[in-house]
Design a protein. Structure first.
Length: 169
Protein backbone atom coordinates (compact mmCIF):
# COMPACT_ATOMS: atom_id res chain seq x y z
CA UNK A 1 0.00 0.00 0.00
CA UNK A 2 1.12 3.48 -0.78
CA UNK A 3 0.70 6.83 0.89
CA UNK A 4 -1.73 8.87 -1.23
CA UNK A 5 -2.10 12.63 -1.47
CA UNK A 6 -4.90 14.83 -2.72
CA UNK A 7 -5.24 18.59 -2.75
CA UNK A 8 -6.34 18.69 0.91
CA UNK A 9 -5.78 15.19 2.29
CA UNK A 10 -3.17 12.55 2.93
CA UNK A 11 -4.34 8.94 2.85
CA UNK A 12 -2.00 7.01 5.11
CA UNK A 13 -2.02 3.19 5.19
CA UNK A 14 -3.79 2.27 8.42
CA UNK A 15 -1.69 0.72 11.19
CA UNK A 16 -2.38 -0.45 14.73
CA UNK A 17 -0.40 2.57 15.91
CA UNK A 18 -3.20 4.85 14.60
CA UNK A 19 -5.69 3.55 17.18
CA UNK A 20 -5.04 6.13 19.87
CA UNK A 21 -5.55 9.17 17.63
CA UNK A 22 -8.45 7.56 15.75
CA UNK A 23 -10.33 6.52 18.90
CA UNK A 24 -11.92 9.97 19.53
CA UNK A 25 -12.87 10.24 15.85
CA UNK A 26 -14.45 6.77 15.86
CA UNK A 27 -16.36 7.52 19.10
CA UNK A 28 -18.35 10.33 17.48
CA UNK A 29 -21.97 9.24 18.16
CA UNK A 30 -23.22 10.84 14.92
CA UNK A 31 -21.33 8.21 12.92
CA UNK A 32 -23.55 5.51 14.42
CA UNK A 33 -26.94 7.08 13.72
CA UNK A 34 -27.79 4.29 11.27
CA UNK A 35 -25.71 1.29 12.27
CA UNK A 36 -22.86 -0.29 14.22
CA UNK A 37 -21.39 0.99 17.47
CA UNK A 38 -18.25 2.85 18.50
CA UNK A 39 -15.18 0.91 19.57
CA UNK A 40 -15.26 -0.11 23.24
CA UNK A 41 -11.73 1.08 23.96
CA UNK A 42 -8.47 2.18 22.40
CA UNK A 43 -7.23 -1.38 22.95
CA UNK A 44 -10.15 -2.90 21.03
CA UNK A 45 -9.60 -0.46 18.17
CA UNK A 46 -5.88 -1.26 18.20
CA UNK A 47 -6.69 -5.00 18.04
CA UNK A 48 -8.98 -4.40 15.04
CA UNK A 49 -6.35 -2.33 13.26
CA UNK A 50 -3.75 -4.99 14.05
CA UNK A 51 -5.92 -7.64 12.31
CA UNK A 52 -6.49 -5.32 9.34
CA UNK A 53 -2.78 -4.59 9.13
CA UNK A 54 -2.29 -8.08 7.70
CA UNK A 55 -4.06 -6.68 4.59
CA UNK A 56 -5.57 -10.14 4.05
CA UNK A 57 -8.46 -12.20 5.42
CA UNK A 58 -7.46 -15.29 7.42
CA UNK A 59 -8.60 -17.57 4.57
CA UNK A 60 -6.60 -15.51 2.05
CA UNK A 61 -9.62 -14.85 -0.19
CA UNK A 62 -9.88 -11.13 0.53
CA UNK A 63 -7.36 -8.32 0.41
CA UNK A 64 -7.98 -5.54 2.94
CA UNK A 65 -6.83 -2.01 2.09
CA UNK A 66 -7.43 0.68 4.71
CA UNK A 67 -6.25 4.29 4.77
CA UNK A 68 -6.50 6.94 7.50
CA UNK A 69 -7.59 10.34 6.17
CA UNK A 70 -5.52 13.29 7.38
CA UNK A 71 -5.88 17.00 6.84
CA UNK A 72 -2.79 18.93 5.78
CA UNK A 73 -2.17 19.89 9.42
CA UNK A 74 -1.94 16.18 10.31
CA UNK A 75 -5.35 15.85 11.98
CA UNK A 76 -6.87 12.40 11.51
CA UNK A 77 -10.51 12.79 10.42
CA UNK A 78 -11.62 9.28 9.39
CA UNK A 79 -10.81 6.44 7.05
CA UNK A 80 -11.56 4.86 3.68
CA UNK A 81 -11.32 1.14 3.03
CA UNK A 82 -11.63 -1.40 0.27
CA UNK A 83 -12.11 -5.14 0.42
CA UNK A 84 -10.90 -6.83 -2.76
CA UNK A 85 -12.92 -10.04 -2.84
CA UNK A 86 -12.70 -11.13 -6.49
CA UNK A 87 -10.47 -10.23 -9.42
CA UNK A 88 -11.26 -6.67 -10.49
CA UNK A 89 -13.85 -6.12 -7.74
CA UNK A 90 -13.87 -4.19 -4.46
CA UNK A 91 -16.39 -3.26 -1.82
CA UNK A 92 -15.68 0.13 -0.35
CA UNK A 93 -16.54 1.87 2.91
CA UNK A 94 -15.71 5.14 4.65
CA UNK A 95 -16.28 6.95 7.92
CA UNK A 96 -15.46 10.49 8.91
CA UNK A 97 -16.08 12.28 12.17
CA UNK A 98 -19.13 14.54 11.89
CA UNK A 99 -17.00 17.66 12.41
CA UNK A 100 -15.71 17.12 8.86
CA UNK A 101 -19.00 16.26 7.13
CA UNK A 102 -20.22 18.50 4.33
CA UNK A 103 -16.79 19.81 3.39
CA UNK A 104 -16.03 17.45 0.48
CA UNK A 105 -13.41 15.42 2.37
CA UNK A 106 -15.27 12.12 1.98
CA UNK A 107 -15.62 12.61 -1.79
CA UNK A 108 -11.99 13.58 -2.09
CA UNK A 109 -10.75 10.64 -0.02
CA UNK A 110 -12.96 8.03 -1.65
CA UNK A 111 -12.12 9.32 -5.14
CA UNK A 112 -8.38 9.05 -4.37
CA UNK A 113 -8.88 5.48 -3.16
CA UNK A 114 -10.91 4.52 -6.26
CA UNK A 115 -8.20 5.96 -8.52
CA UNK A 116 -5.52 4.03 -6.61
CA UNK A 117 -7.46 0.78 -6.81
CA UNK A 118 -7.98 1.18 -10.54
CA UNK A 119 -4.38 2.17 -11.29
CA UNK A 120 -2.47 -0.17 -8.96
CA UNK A 121 -4.79 -3.05 -8.02
CA UNK A 122 -6.67 -3.66 -11.28
CA UNK A 123 -10.06 -2.95 -9.71
CA UNK A 124 -12.72 -1.78 -12.15
CA UNK A 125 -15.95 -2.81 -10.38
CA UNK A 126 -16.80 -1.02 -7.14
CA UNK A 127 -19.64 -1.75 -4.73
CA UNK A 128 -20.86 0.08 -1.64
CA UNK A 129 -23.78 -0.49 0.70
CA UNK A 130 -25.53 1.84 3.10
CA UNK A 131 -28.68 1.95 5.19
CA UNK A 132 -31.57 3.31 3.12
CA UNK A 133 -32.16 6.11 5.66
CA UNK A 134 -28.57 7.36 5.34
CA UNK A 135 -29.10 10.21 2.90
CA UNK A 136 -25.56 11.53 3.33
CA UNK A 137 -24.06 8.28 2.01
CA UNK A 138 -26.59 8.20 -0.83
CA UNK A 139 -25.56 11.72 -1.89
CA UNK A 140 -21.85 10.96 -1.58
CA UNK A 141 -22.06 7.81 -3.69
CA UNK A 142 -24.24 9.55 -6.28
CA UNK A 143 -21.69 12.38 -6.56
CA UNK A 144 -19.05 9.71 -7.17
CA UNK A 145 -21.25 8.30 -9.98
CA UNK A 146 -22.30 5.10 -8.22
CA UNK A 147 -25.66 3.73 -9.39
CA UNK A 148 -28.21 1.75 -7.39
CA UNK A 149 -28.21 -1.90 -8.43
CA UNK A 150 -29.92 -5.14 -7.49
CA UNK A 151 -28.20 -7.49 -5.06
CA UNK A 152 -26.88 -10.65 -6.67
CA UNK A 153 -25.55 -14.02 -5.53
CA UNK A 154 -22.30 -12.38 -4.45
CA UNK A 155 -24.16 -10.19 -1.92
CA UNK A 156 -26.26 -12.56 0.20
CA UNK A 157 -25.35 -10.66 3.36
CA UNK A 158 -27.42 -7.57 2.48
CA UNK A 159 -30.27 -6.70 4.80
CA UNK A 160 -33.69 -5.51 3.67
CA UNK A 161 -32.97 -1.91 4.72
CA UNK A 162 -29.66 -1.69 2.84
CA UNK A 163 -29.04 -0.18 -0.59
CA UNK A 164 -26.38 -1.58 -2.91
CA UNK A 165 -24.64 0.77 -5.30
CA UNK A 166 -22.22 0.02 -8.12
CA UNK A 167 -19.67 1.94 -10.15
CA UNK A 168 -17.74 0.51 -13.05
CA UNK A 169 -14.59 2.19 -14.28
Amino acid sequence: MRLLRTERLTLEPQLASHAEEMFPVMCDPAIYEFENAPPKSVDSLRALYQRLESRQSPNGFEQWLNWILRLQDGTAIGYVQATLDAPGRATIAYELGSTWWGKGYASEGVRAMLDELLAHYGVFDFYATYKARNHRSARLLSRLEFQTCRPGPETPHLLSDEVLMYKGM
